[in-house]
Design a protein around this ligand. Structure first.
Ligand code: TPP
Length: 370
């Protein structure tokens, strides 16, 4: 195992002092370090492409090498700036990618990670990005070598980290001041399932939301409505919901998370311009990336009502307390959409959460419901 505090000391010694990225469960033990440095040295970005861009800009103004961190599923989001801005055949910008390697060969993982895990090294090769795998302390010399290569040749390089590589940090985490919230996601989901119509379709986002929806449905044997769990494709559930709502007469609910919502925020313009009255967007807002460690999403300062109303959503609702949940939810479900409901939830999830299994069966059942 590798001590993450030592890892960052090593990067500092190599003059890497600026970080931008999207949190990831494999890199979760880096969060104490990031919580201790200020925002001149660290930016949590909405998606991984934006992390690469921030590192490009940092290099332009300092001539220093920065580090963009991400899960390998986010490498897809990063490909455009990696090819079209920083690549050696374009602007040749040196940078270190720190990549959490879900689905790495030989390690059991979820279906949505297995293929990306397998092709990650080949993707890097195709992108012309030299990489090393950091497994044990002995591997630091490889990291040193590729960082020197990056500096010398003005190229992007990558360091792959497998699940379980980083041990706990000894640094004291600086707590983020996250807004006080009162509703548990599981309680809201239960209330929602009790209020929906039998034909309602729910498309739920990546992380704990889909897992809780699936678990509550199974535990309570709720047959009303049909679910499509977006176990991967973070940030895409609202557009999948829009696509599914266009030809349907039934209510379509997108159950989104704040990190996912921000990842492809541009979707709200397409939704507002194209969605019909059956489109209902729920944002389960815990102000954090709870599923991967609770890092802040930076959504706090956004006035969500102004944001979605100015985009063109017809209605906006907000639930902040348990005792107003049932009534506001009723109004929201009845409303003529596209409508938006923000539910401020606690960053606490159900115990012993399982994962949706048999994805093809889930898809088949969902398609049959139309
Ligand atoms: C493209 C991509 N980047 C990063 C991740 C890792 N990831 C999984 S869940 C998650 C957090 C999602 O945050 P949010 O939507 O607010 O939901 P919460 O976890 O708070 O319920 C992240 C970053 C991913 N799955 N895909």
């Amino acid at each position: 195992m590798i001590n993450p505090d030592y890892f960052f000391k090593f990067l500092k010694k190599n003059n890497i002092n600026f970080f931008a990225g999207v949190p990831d469960s494999v890199l979760k033990n880096t969060k104490n370090f990031f919580s201790t440095i200020n925002n001149k040295h660290h930016i949590i970005t909405a998606n991984e492409g934006l992390a690469v861009s921030a590192c490009v800009g940092y290099h332009l103004s300092t001539n220093n090498l920065a580090c963009a961190y991400m899960q390998n599923s986010g490498l897809g989001n990063a490909i455009n700036p990696l090819i079209s801005i920083s690549h050696q055949k374009v602007y040749s910008i040196p940078m270190l990618l720190l990549i959490g390697w879900r689905g790495s060969p030989g390690i059991k993982d979820e279906p949505q990670h297995m293929l990306k895990g397998k092709i990650t090294p080949n993707l890097l090769k195709l992108l012309g990005i030299k990489y090393c795998i950091l497994n044990k302390n002995k591997d630091f010399y490889k990291l040193k070598k590729i960082i020197s290569f990056a500096k010398r040749n003005k190229q992007t390089v990558a360091c792959l980290i497998k699940k379980g590589t980083f041990e706990s940090s000894k640094l004291k985490k600086k707590e983020n001041v996250i807004k006080k919230t009162f509703i548990k996601r599981e309680n809201f989901i239960e209330e929602m399932l009790s209020q929906i119509n039998i034909k309602t379709k729910i498309i739920s986002t990546t992380g704990f939301t889909s897992r809780e929806l699936n678990q509550i449905r199974n535990n309570k044997k709720i047959k009303k409505g049909s679910d499509f769990y977006m176990v991967g494709g973070m940030g895409h559930s609202s557009m999948v919901a829009l696509g599914a709502s266009i030809k349907s007469k039934e209510t379509l609910i997108c159950l989104d998370g704040d990190g996912s919502f921000l990842m492809h925020l541009g979707a709200i313009a397409s939704i507002a311009a194209n969605a019909r009255s059956n489109f209902k967007h729920i944002l389960l807002n815990n102000f954090s990336h709870e599923s991967v460690g609770g890092q802040p999403t930076n959504i706090e300062k956004i006035n969500l009502k102004n944001l979605v109303k100015s985009a063109g959503y017809k209605k906006f609702y907000s639930i902040k307390n348990i005792n107003e949940t049932s009534q506001i939810l009723k109004k929201f479900i009845k409303s003529k959409g596209p409508s938006f409901l923000e539910v401020q939830i606690k960053p606490i999830s159900m115990q012993n959460l399982k994962r949706p299994k048999n994805l093809l069966t889930i898809k088949k059942k969902f398609m049959k419901s139309f």
